[in-house]
Design a protein around this ligand. Sequence first.
Ligand code: AHG
Ligand code: MN
Ligand code: MN
Length: 336
Amino acid sequence: MSIPTETLSRFILRSEAEHPEATGELSDLLTSIGVGVKMIGHLVASAGFSGVHGYTGRKNVQGEQTHQLDEDADEILVDLLGSSGHFGSLVSEERDGVLETEAVRNGAKYVVAFDPLDGSSNIGSNIPVGTIFTIFRVRDDERGATQEDFLQQGREVVAAGYSVYGAKTSFVYSAGNGVHGFTLDRTIGEFVLTEESMKMPKRGSIYSVNEGYWEKWSEKLQAFISSLRSQANRMGYAYTGRYVGSLVADFDRTLRKGGIFLHPGNVERPGGKLRLLYECIPLAFIAQQADGCASDGPTEILDILPNDIHERCPFIVGGEEESQWFREEFSDCPCR
Ligand code: AHG
Ligand code: MN
Ligand code: MN
């Protein structure tokens, strides 16, 4: 068995070396994110001992109860990324507005939006959780980073990725040249390359949706979910159901095994639950780089222009054939 020795930092530098115009900044900022993810992974793993499972008693801008770990993970990323010198401003799920950093006055080229801890309601029961990030280029170097730099379509993403804190700590990212997966080698404290150029299977056999919302779905969506479960469907076999309830875990399985994940809108929440900027766009970017496809139903996620940094969005993501199937039922989504 060959021992993986390509660390995240070496891989990023090797990738940048293939682009003469690269300044090395992207390497630095992705490495900073890698350090933050390692720190958050440690927090999650030790939460049981240090009693930080609990709620803080506060609510975030989304009106959701925050866990102590949500705030601790947020603090780690704000500190590391804010002081990296590469980000003029940051957006976090846990903060109301855009956080300007010292670097904004020194002409930092990038802005970063993140979900510091995704799936945090699962923390107490040792179910995988994760971190999601997306990086945009500041559009006007003269004026410095502003809120406008976060309101870009996903096609403008410079790099995006996520981590999963589970049986292993994994880190998956793309800087526009394919999707690459790393696993934390705890003995050396480094992420090592374990999957290069990941591709979402064209067709899978798993569907993933919270069926607790069944009664709030349209009849059309109910019919689609029923057809996934029936072997009389167009694929000729019944899909099996898997739903973790942590977006990063459900997405990571869909990326690796294929199939379809849905967190659609419903009569109570037609705009969906997941956040466009720091959940849907980064994962849609990864999916597209891995030959998958993500839409909100009618529109490909990467074509949606956010109006607000905390905007929510229905999210359906899957392999080529499941996306084609969904598109023919629900939309003229131009994924392919
Ligand atoms: P977060 O913990 O960052 O608020 O995200 C939770 C999200 C996402 O992880 C998951 O897919 C979804 O909530 C689950 O929602 P339901 O409980 O409505 O299925
Ligand atoms: Mn989340
Ligand atoms: Mn979160």
